[in-house]
Design a protein around this ligand. Structure first.
Ligand code: PLP
Length: 434
C-alpha cells in the first residue's frame, strides 16, 4: 500500500530507498545491511533516470544485457501483443508456440556453421546448467559413462546454480556454498599479460598436460567464455581458441562456449565464436538475446552433441522454457540489431572508447586497459575498484567494479558524445584513485 501512495521528488526517493532497505535482499548484497539503493525509474537509449529525476549514462547495461538501449517502444509492443494473444503455455514434451519456433529458426540462421537445434531457457545460469548436463548425458548415451569431468577456467563465470557455480572459477563467489557439484577441474586464467607473446603456448600446453594427467577418457567437456566478462573483460590471447578447439576435438571432448555476454553484437559479431574461430559444440546465450527486456536465453546445440545424445530422453527443463513472450521480444530485438547496424557500431565505438582510455596505462596503479568491441576493462594493480564506481555514479555515469577491474559494456546505441563523457568521467575518477 505504501508503494501505491508514493509521493514525488526527493520524498518519493527517500521513501522508496527506506522501503527497499527494509524489505529486499538484493543479489550480491549483505543480508540485513543493505546499501542505499539507487532506485531507477525509466530509461531511454544509453541513459537511465532515478526516481529523483537525475540522469546517468549507462556504461554497463546493468549486467551487460541491453545492446539496443533502453526504452524501446517496439519491444514493449512485441511483449504486449504476445501477452494479449497467448501469454504462456508450457513447452514441455510436444507443446509449442509460434514465437519460439520462429526464434529458433532465426537463431540457427545467425549461428556459426554446425549449430542444428535450440533449447530455450530463462537466463544464463539455466543455460550453462543445461549445457553441462547435456554434455555429460551425451557422453553417457554414446556409451562413455566415465566421461563426466568438465574442464573450466580460473576467472571464468558461468552462473549461480549448482553446476554453473561449480564451473565458476572465482573463489569469492564460491565461498561458503560447499559442497559444490563435483567433477569440475580448473585450468589457469586465460589471460595475456601485456607484452607476453607466449600466453597461448603456455595455456595450450597446460590444457594438454591436464588432459593427459586426468585421462581424456574421463573428460566430458570444456566450458569457457570467448572473452572473460565478470573476470574483468579479458580477450583471449592471439590464436588461443583454434588451438584449444583442436586439442579438445582430438580427445573427443565437447566444447561449450558461454556466450551469455558476448553473443548478439557486443564483440562486433552475432557470436564471438565466429570472431575467434571457436567452432563450439554448444553455445549458451541470454542477456542480449532479448536485450534484457524480459528474461530469455537459448542454448544452441551442434551436430556432435546431437549425434552423441540422440535417441534418448532429455529429462531436463524449467517451467518457463520456450516462453512465447520472451521469444516475441527476442525476435523484435534481433531485428533492431540487424536493421540499425549495431554490430558494426560496437566495433567502431568500442575502438573509440579503448583509444580514449588507453592513456590510463601510464598510471602506476593501472595494470592494463583492454577490450574488444563494446566489452572493456580497466584493471588496477591491486585492490578494490568500488570507489571509482561510486565516484563515477556521483558524476552521472554508471560503471561496474568487478574485483580489481572496472568493467564497461555500454548499449551499442550510445552516442559518440555520451561515450566521450563516459571516458572523461572514468578517466578523472581513475586518476583520482591514488
Ligand atoms: N555466464 C556468463 C558469462 C555471465 O556473464 C552470466 C551472468 O552475468 C551468467 C553465465 C549467468 O547468467 P544469469 O545471471 O542470467 O543466470
Amino acid at each position: 500500500q505504501q508503494i501505491t501512495q508514493v509521493r514525488s521528488g526527493p520524498e518519493r526517493a527517500r521513501e522508496l530507498a527506506e522501503l527497499d532497505a527494509r524489505t529486499l535482499v538484493h543479489p550480491h548484497s549483505v543480508i540485513g545491511a543493505p546499501a542505499e539503493a539507487l532506485v531507477l525509474d525509466r530509461g531511454e537509449g544509453a541513459v537511465v533516470w532515478d526516481v529523483e529525476g537525475r540522469s546517468y549514462i549507462d556504461g554497463t547495461c546493468g549486467l551487460w544485457q541491453c545492446p539496443v538501449g533502453h526504452g524501446r517502444r517496439e519491444l514493449a509492443d512485441a511483449a504486449a501483443g504476445q501477452i494479449a494473444k497467448l501469454e504462456f503455455y508450457s513447452s514441455f514434451g510436444d507443446y509449442s508456440n509460434e514465437p519460439s519456433i520462429r526464434l529458433a529458426e532465426r537463431l540457427l540462421e545467425l549461428a556459426p556453421a554446425g549449430m542444428r537445434r535450440v533449447f530455450f531457457t530463462n537466463g544464463g545460469s539455466e543455460g550453462t546448467e543445461t549445457a553441462i548436463k547435456l554434455a555429460r548425458l551425451a557422453q553417457h548415451n554414446a556409451g562413455r559413462p566415465e566421461r563426466t569431468i568438465v574442464l573450466a577456467r580460473t576467472g571464468g563465470y558461468h552462473g549461480m546454480g549448482g553446476g554453473s557455480l561449480a564451473a565458476t572459477g572465482i573463489d569469492r563467489l564460491r565461498a561458503g556454498f560447499g559442497p559444490l557439484v563435483p567433477g569440475i577441474e580448473f585450468l589457469g586464467k586465460p589471460h595475456m599479460p601485456p607484452g607476453d607473446p607466449d600466453a597461448a603456448d603456455r595455456l595450450v600446453a597446460e590444457l594438454e598436460e591436464r588432459i593427459e594427467r586426468i585421462g581424456p577418457e574421463r573428460i566430458a567437456a570444456f566450458i569457457g567464455e570467448p572473452v572473460l566478462g565478470v573476470g574483468g573483460m579479458v580477450p583471449p590471447p592471439d590464436g588461443y581458441w583454434p588451438r584449444v578447439r583442436d586439442v579438445l576435438r582430438r580427445h573427443g571432448i565437447l566444447l561449450i562456449a558461454d556466450e551469455i555476454v558476448t553473443a548478439f553484437g557486443r564483440t562486433g559479431h552475432w557470436f564471438a565464436s565466429e570472431r575467434y574461430g571457436i567452432e563450439p559444440d554448444m553455445i549458451v546465450t541470454a542477456k542480449g538475446l532479448s536485450s534484457g527486456y524480459i528474461p530469455m536465453g537459448a542454448v544452441l546445440l551442434g551436430d556432435r552433441v546431437l549425434d552423441l545424445a540422440g535417441g534418448a530422453p532429455f529429462l531436463h527443463g524449467f517451467t518457463y522454457n520456450g516462453h512465447p513472450v520472451g521469444a516475441a521480444v527476442a525476435l523484435a530485438n534481433l531485428e533492431i540489431l540487424r536493421r540499425e547496424g549495431l554490430l558494426e557500431r560496437a566495433e567502431r565505438l568500442g575502438g573509440r572508447l579503448l583509444d580514449a582510455l588507453r592513456p590510463l596505462e601510464r598510471l602506476d596503479h593501472v595494470l592494463e586497459v583492454r577490450g574488444v568491441g563494446m566489452m572493456l576493462g580497466v584493471e588496477f594493480t591491486d585492490g578494490d575498484t568500488s570507489g571509482v564506481q561510486a565516484g563515477c555514479r556521483a558524476e552521472g555515469v554508471i560503471v561496474r567494479a568487478s574485483g580489481s577491474s572496472i568493467v564497461l559494456s555500454p548499449p551499442l546505441v550510445i552516442s559518440e558524445e555520451q561515450l566521450d563523457t563516459l571516458a572523461r568521467v572514468l578517466t578523472a575518477q581513475v586518476e583520482a584513485a591514488r
